[in-house]
Design a protein around this ligand. Structure first.
Ligand code: FMN
Length: 343
């Protein structure tokens, strides 16, 4: 690791941890924001497995502004899932500033939250059609005004998450990153795909390296990190100060432990099937306790991820998709686990 690389990692750690306590020599590994996935329960699980920083899923700045209850619930942060950043999406600088100001006046304390991230990467049509998410990459000046306004209003650092560009004909991550830095962003997370690619093809690590070289603020590399090997590849190819993982953590919060071990020069931790199923059961229990009654249905996709590649998992998924309550779901996973232990 080069000196500049280590210095950037330390700087990022100090932003994430506030005040720099607990600085580690290795790059931090962050859980990416994921709508419908990175709720408080999942964030806690990832922190327990060695994740250095979590984000809420994207939260509508205008929903918070108009005090929508469901939106407010998305930003309830438990100390066990910190350090944590709140991610907002929106395209109006004044509304963003007002929302950030009121967020800290009435809903959260700056001691609970390490950063506010602004989503400029979401590719979903319902978001981009409203000029939010990655559609802001087509208007860097407006994006810069949003960040400037948020920085002025916020007692905590503002970060920005964006993509390679809108499409192949308008790749502008490097210029965009410079605008974000000039506007006051404390760190940047870059997913190396265009909006039009959505999740197809491979994340462009050369492009992330160009962004790293173009700005002085720490850059977090994101895209296709599923294991310790791909984490090391991202670091080596880009020189990024931190790593961000989304799909690689689905059904595998252990990925943080695996990567941290490798970066600390230890043997990477690889969970057994029994540990993965144990995590699935704990996830169901905590999720249903936090979200109540019918929430077990949200766990179906998680069970599919936890059991991916396991013998008999196709049949389990079929049963899980038609189960009627939390108890039945737990029984199905337990029976699957028991059957595997006697194999
Ligand atoms: C189900 C899902 C939900 C996502 N929701 C968000 C979100 O709320 N905010 C955001 O910035 N990115 C979101 N993303 C994008 C991820 O944060 C990440 O940039 C992308 O998946 C690439 O990283 P990966 O290759 O590690 O999955 C989402 C991705 C997935 C798969």
């Amino acid at each position: 690791m080069t000196a500049r690389f280590c210095e950037k990692s330390r700087e990022l750690f100090s932003i994430l941890k506030k005040g720099g306590e607990g600085q580690k020599p290795r790059p931090p590994v962050l859980l990416a924001p994921m709508a419908g996935i990175t709720d408080s329960v999942f964030r806690r699980m990832c922190i327990r497995e060695g994740c250095d920083f979590t984000f809420t899923e994207m939260v509508s700045a205008s929903g918070l502004h108009f005090n929508n209850k469901k939106t407010r619930d998305l930003i309830s942060i438990d100390p066990a899932e910190t350090p944590c950043g709140i991610q907002l999406f929106g395209h109006d600088p004044a509304l963003m500033a007002d929302t950030v100001k009121r967020l800290f006046e009435t809903l959260v304390s700056p001691d609970e939250i390490s950063s506010v991230d602004i989503n400029m990467g979401c590719p979903a049509p319902k978001i981009t059609s409203n000029c939010d998410g990655s559609s802001l990459m087509r208007d860097p000046l407006l994006a810069g005004r949003i960040v400037e306004a948020a920085v002025k209003a916020s007692p905590v650092p503002i970060s920005v998450k964006f993509r390679k560009g809108w499409d192949d004909a308008s790749v502008n991550a490097v210029e965009f990153a410079r605008v974000m830095e000039q506007s006051g962003a404390a760190f940047l997370s870059v997913h190396g795909r265009t909006r039009m690619q959505m999740y197809s093809g491979a994340a462009d690590r050369e492009l992330i390296a160009e962004v790293v070289a173009a700005v002085s603020v720490p850059v977090v590399g994101n895209g296709d990190i599923f294991s310790a090997d791909s984490a090391v590849d991202m670091l080596e190819k880009t020189g990024c100060a931190g790593l961000m993982i989304a799909r690689g953590a689905q059904g595998n919060p252990f990925v943080f432990r695996e990567i941290a071990a490798r970066l600390d020069g230890k043997t990477p931790f690889v969970p057994t099937e029994s540990e993965r199923l144990g995590a699935a059961l704990a996830h169901i229990t905590e999720y249903c306790r936090d979200h109540g009654g019918g929430s077990f249905v949200d766990m179906r996709k998680h069970i599919a991820w936890y059991t991916k590649g396991m013998y008999g998992s196709t049949e389990l998924r079929r049963q899980v998709n038609s189960c009627r309550d939390e108890n039945e779901l737990v029984s199905l996973v337990r029976a699957f686990m028991d059957a595997r232990e006697v194999l």
